[in-house]
Design a protein around this ligand. Structure first.
Ligand code: GLV
Ligand code: GLV
Length: 320
């Protein structure tokens, strides 16, 4: 029987698979503090954590026999993977199962900001609707426009495929070409500046790395069309949030729809006073089906590591 620390209770489908082991679960509905994570990891063989938990050398030092850090997320920017590799600790994530679900949310955000759904909802609840009017909550068309995708990995491609029914032109920027995307969607591979200048909707689907940190700042926002919208379901730190506030206030762009923030759970205070932004609380993968699949995937990764195997979703197999 191995000892496993979970920094939160996950959907039952995953917990069930781990039942033969000794589980310690942090049962609150908010992230544990650093001290609580360290105390939890003490003496454990496996750690199951969330993207809100910063897992660094100090945490890893809490248990000399820690074999695996299994993140309940596809992004792994919360984990010092280099440090884990040095210590022979395997790190896993949950790719694939959440791809389509995150792409769905990116579209929900895109449509919500373009057609002013959230503003409209507020308007109704405030009892302001006095009847149909020619200029009431007029927004932007989506169909026939140009969609700019930054990051053409699994999620970026799934997001692009959803544009099929909207008859859109697709531009994408990535470090490398994605020929499948070009074939499927007739997508055009362009450099970032061209994408920013030509797109009506720009959506981010990159992981957070040193290269993608603040990849959208003042310069990039000023390059976008005044009528364009920015969508972010990737990581908040990819955008300079202070610059984005200025862009929205001074109308360098038409609007933004965000699921992620630079310093979660804090957000730039001025964002909440702006009408041209839609704000979601990091719920990209939050469907019943996907959160269950992620829990099963996390459990399978942990079980494999405990059996001495390289887990299926291992990001650092060289650690073994
Ligand atoms: C969510 O943001 C994830 O990385 O899974
Ligand atoms: C993440 O899953 C991606 O490759 O887009």
């Amino acid at each position: 029987m191995a000892k496993i620390f979970l920094t939160r209770r996950l959907p039952e489908e995953g917990i069930k698979l781990l039942e033969e082991h000794d589980l310690e679960i942090y049962e609150e509905d908010y992230p544990p503090s650093k001290e609580e994570i360290i105390a939890g990891v003490k003496g454990k063989d496996a750690l199951i954590c969330l993207l809100t938990d910063k897992i660094d050398a100090e945490v890893m030092s809490a248990s000399p026999h820690l074999k695996i850090i299994a993140n309940y997320a596809v992004g792994i920017d919360n984990i010092d993977v280099k440090e884990a590799t040095k210590r022979g600790i395997l790190v896993t994530n949950t790719p694939g199962v959440l791809t389509e679900t995150v792409a769905d949310l990116a579209w929900a955000l895109l449509m919500a900001i373009a057609r002013r759904i959230v503003e409209g909802d507020k308007f109704m609840r405030q009892g302001k609707f006095k009847g149909w009017a020619p200029l009431l909550l007029v927004g932007a068309d989506i169909h026939g426009k140009t969609l700019g995708i930054i990051g053409a990995g699994r999620i970026g491609r799934a997001f692009a495929r959803r544009a099929k029914g909207f008859d859109m032109e697709i531009l994408y920027y990535d470090k490398k070409r994605n020929e499948k995307l070009e074939r499927e969607m007739n997508a055009r591979f362009v450099d970032l500046d061209i994408l920013l200048k030509e797109s009506d909707f720009v959506s981010l689907h990159v992981p957070l790395t040193e290269e993608t940190y603040h990849m959208i700042g003042e310069r990039e926002l000023k390059m976008m069309k005044k009528t364009a919208y920015l969508i972010n379901t990737a990581r908040g730190k990819c955008i300079d949030e202070k610059a984005l506030v200025r862009a929205l206030k001074e109308k360098w762009i038409a609007g933004a729809a965000l699921d992620v923030y630079e310093n979660e759970p804090e957000i730039e205070p001025e964002l909440v006073n702006l009408d041209n932004v839609v704000l979601a609380p990091h719920i990209g993968s939050a469907s019943y089906e996907t959160r269950s699949k992620m829990a099963i995937m996390v459990a399978e990764n942990v079980l494999a590591a405990l059996r001495g195997e390289i887990p299926p979703q291992c990001v650092n197999p060289e650690a073994k």
